[in-house]
Design a protein around this ligand. Structure first.
Ligand code: IPE
Ligand code: IPE
Ligand code: MG
Length: 255
């Protein structure tokens, strides 16, 4: 992998008014259709998708984004043919083995969210190795949502809260939004400012349902293997043009 962290591209600034989202979450979708349009097997789309991940991490560092969350395998993706599931698992193995050292050298901290119970033991080992090695890095937080589903995450959080109530550690009357947030996989991670989905689909597919309550949503018509620095910059520009009101009144309304 060739990280270009120290060579900012000599193009126009990322977006006009200097607002860079601190946390960008991405639903990396469209690998299969990218391949099908070229008469290639879906697996080739996934392989090229991994290259897009590398470009995107580079671009996120260039832009000064603090956290990037990538949806790499959903709890619903188990319903795909077994051969495709094992190819995707093979890719995650290759990604960690091949790219971990570079990511670490470039100051990337890796965190993996999702259910680990039904993940092959060797992948759990690789995930733990990546998280431990990079735990002290601060340049970019790379959060990988692997075997992740938002409703399942909320169920696990509720179960943990219920257990704490049972132990007498939490008073049910004191449960608030922060209590729930602290028990999600994303406990230590601020909510996404910007959510991007590629492939043209206009849905969340069970991704970060709690966390995107006030994220800006950008849906791009390109397939994930075609994503890179340019598309990320375009999405960040779109983000910068939005008026985040959080239920209040427009910042520009001069009230
Ligand atoms: C995204 O691409 C990758 C994963 C979900 C793992 P898809 O494989 O969903 O590609 P499409 O959406 O079928 O084109
Ligand atoms: C969402 O894409 C999951 C990932 C990108 C990992 P899918 O392709 O699985 O979503 P649907 O099936 O189109 O909703
Ligand atoms: Mg898809």
């Amino acid at each position: 992998m060739t990280f270009r962290a120290n060579q900012r591209e000599a193009t126009a600034p990322a977006e006009p008014n200097g607002r860079v989202p601190r946390h960008v979450a991405i639903i990396m979708d469209g690998n299969g259709r990218w391949a099908a349009e070229r008469g290639l097997p879906r697996t080739e789309g996934h392989r090229r998708g991994m290259e897009a991940v590398r470009r995107t991490v580079d671009a996120a560092i260039d832009l000064g984004i603090e956290t990037i969350t990538l949806f790499s395998f959903s709890s619903e993706n188990w319903s795909r043919p077994a051969a495709e599931v094992s190819f995707l698992f093979g890719l995650i193995r290759i990604f960690i083995r091949r790219d971990l050292a570079d990511l670490h050298r470039n100051g990337v901290r890796i965190t993996v969210i999702g259910e680990r119970a039904n993940v092959p033991a060797d992948i759990v080992g690789l995930i733990e190795e990546a998280e431990t090695l990079t735990a002290g890095n601060t340049r970019l937080n790379m959060v990988v949502a692997f075997n992740y589903g938002s409703r399942g995450e909320i169920v696990r959080a509720v179960r943990r809260v219920a257990e704490a109530v049972k132990r007498g550690e939490i008073d049910p009357a004191a449960i608030d939004e922060a209590t729930i947030g602290r028990h999600l996989d994303t406990a230590a991670i601020p909510d996404p400012d910007l959510l991007i989905r590629t492939s043209g689909e206009l849905r969340l597919s069970n991704f970060l349902l709690w966390q995107v309550a006030y994220s800006e949503l950008v849906f791009l018509p390109l397939y994930w293997p075609d994503f890179g620095a340019e598309a990320l910059r375009a999405a960040v520009r779109e983000f910068a043009s939005r008026d985040r009101r959080y239920g209040g009144v427009a910042a520009r309304s001069g009230a």
